[in-house]
Design a protein around this ligand. Sequence first.
Ligand SMILES: [Zn+2]
Length: 155
Amino acid sequence: MIYVLDTSAILSGKFFGGKIVTSPKILKEIKPKGHSWRLFEYMKSIGLELISPPLVDVKKVVEASKKTGDYHNLSDVDIDILALAYHLKGILLTDDYSMQNVAKELGIKYMGIVEEGIKEKWKWIYRCKSCGKYYKEYHKECPVCGGDLKRVRKR
Ligand SMILES: [Zn+2]
């Protein structure tokens, strides 16, 4: 299985198994020093290959992204990576919504990197069942009317 990684996938430092590739244009998005560079070097040491996609596939991605309306949200690096995934029939690894959208349009398989559940954070607040007042902290009973409090989610 071939995995095509975007910048965030590389910088996640996760090991995906199989063959891992990306576009040489990725170097534009990785600072040549520090933590990101060390992760990039690490990914290369475990087999990350840099491959340029054929121009015909780049054009195909540009067309598809204009059709879906994602074109302006994509960098030329993103487009290259999408084209590479298309060319190699690999699985695209990205958390970028626009990239996922264009991948869907082109029939490219994709996977997110960050596990679901981390993105969404819930906060809890308390609401009085009688008078409807909201409280940030827990109370045994409503300080205003003495009614029962119910825990509710706040988005
Ligand atoms: Zn109350």
